[in-house]
Write a protein that binds this ligand. Structure first.
Ligand code: ATP
Ligand code: LTN
Length: 338
């Protein structure tokens, strides 16, 4: 393997706002796993980002550890990746302050995620929800990441990160790498099973619209079999809104198997939605079974998880401090060495 120092840097994160879904797996985590072999990879749980919506403290702690366990369960090797919790590394929030002073209110108001989340009935529109993308920019720029594997919904935040980095570099001289998103060609936006025109979200979708990686297999099967489809019967991939349900199921199918969409269409020619959904339910159940087993085993070994987290945070902290001290110097903060 190439020398780590010469490798390009990858950073991504997931916030512990609920149980990880097959949307998170297909849109982001599958790429995390693929990229771990050839890059210097940092994957964190964005616990500070989760605080932008009210969280029950005990549950937040549990979900945060559970995501680390699921990172390992889907195949991220703690020896190859820095797996850590965002709040364990000082620098994320500090850099966020500095970058916030370079970010326009107008830019933040244009962010689709903010508009979506703040327009929900009864939404808690706090300052953190608004400045969320600045903290995300800090997560990325703090490590001078070259690439950021994310689902389609996060593309706009990575674009804002690029703008902020360019602004900083222009004002204070070259400091930050300009990061690029890595977005899967298919499966970058898995849709809600009950409402296939909106994204499957771990906190936004209702229970029957999403599938969690650690859901009970009977429940998983039931949810796939009762996914909303149209009144037709042909299993074909079409861009029309009417076919959104079947298109989403085909996308899930192709991403969890080695079969292309045309191959799947051919396999189900002349067969109905029932057969197709039953097979897909089995595929999803079998894909998730080992993930849930490994997750449950790891959650019973908290000492091991803590050792992974200590190691991950310690590696990440060293990298973060190098960049942060450079930033402090460049913007004119007095340094006496700490
Ligand atoms: P929430 O519902 O609380 O906003 P979320 O499920 O959207 O959460 P995030 O923590 O925001 O999850 O996302 C983690 C990663 O998974 C991001 O890269 C995001 O783009 C990706 N992702 C989330 N949902 C989907 C989806 N339905 N399809 C594809 N990728 C997704
Ligand atoms: N904002 C992301 C989660 C996230 C993230 C990051 C993703 C927080 N920090 C850094 C990539 C890089 C989300 O809502 N999915």
């Amino acid at each position: 393997m190439e020398d780590k120092a010469a490798q390009k840097i990858i950073l991504s994160g997931i916030k512990p706002t609920g149980q990880l879904t097959i949307g998170n797996l297909i849109g982001a985590m599958n790429n995390f796993v693929k990229l771990q072999h050839d890059y210097d990879t940092l994957y964190m749980v964005a616990d500070l980002h989760a605080l932008t919506v009210p969280q029950e403290p005990k549950e937040l702690r549990h979900k945060t550890l559970s995501i680390i366990a699921q990172y390992i369960a889907v195949g991220l090797d703690p020896e190859k990746n820095d797996l850590f919790i965002q709040s364990h590394v000082t620098g994320h929030t500090e850099l966020s302050w500095i970058l916030g002073c370079l970010t326009g209110l107008g830019d933040l108001s244009r962010m689709t995620q903010f508009k979506d989340k703040s327009s929900k009935p009864g939404a808690n529109i706090n300052a953190g929800l608004f400045t969320y993308p600045v903290l995300m920019a800090s997560d990325i720029l703090l490590y001078n990441a070259d690439y950021v594997p994310v689902g389609e919904d996060q593309k706009q935040h990575v674009e804002l990160t690029r703008d902020i980095a360019m602004k900083f570099n222009f004002r204070y001289s070259d400091t930050f790498t300009i990061p690029e998103p890595i977005i899967p060609k298919t499966g970058a936006r898995i849709m809600d099973l009950q409402n296939p025109l909106s994204k499957m979200g771990k906190s936004d979708s209702g229970e029957s619209g999403r599938i969690a990686l650690i859901d009970d297999p009977v429940m998983v099967s039931k949810r796939i079999r009762s996914a909303v489809t149209d009144s037709g019967s042909e299993i074909i991939y079409s861009d029309s809104d009417e076919k959104a349900g079947i298109r989403n199921l085909l996308t899930i199918y192709t991403n969890l198997t080695d079969k292309s969409v045309p191959e799947i269409e051919k396999m189900y020619e002349g067969r109905g939605y029932g057969d197709f959904k039953k097979d897909l339910a089995d595929i999803v159940v079998e894909k998730l079974r080992p993930i849930k087993e490994k997750h449950d085993e790891l959650m019973n070994n908290k000492d091991y998880l803590e050792s992974v987290l200590k190691n991950g945070a310690s590696n990440a902290q060293k990298k973060a401090w190098k960049v942060l001290s450079k930033v402090y110097r460049k913007v004119g903060l007095v340094q006496t060495g700490r």
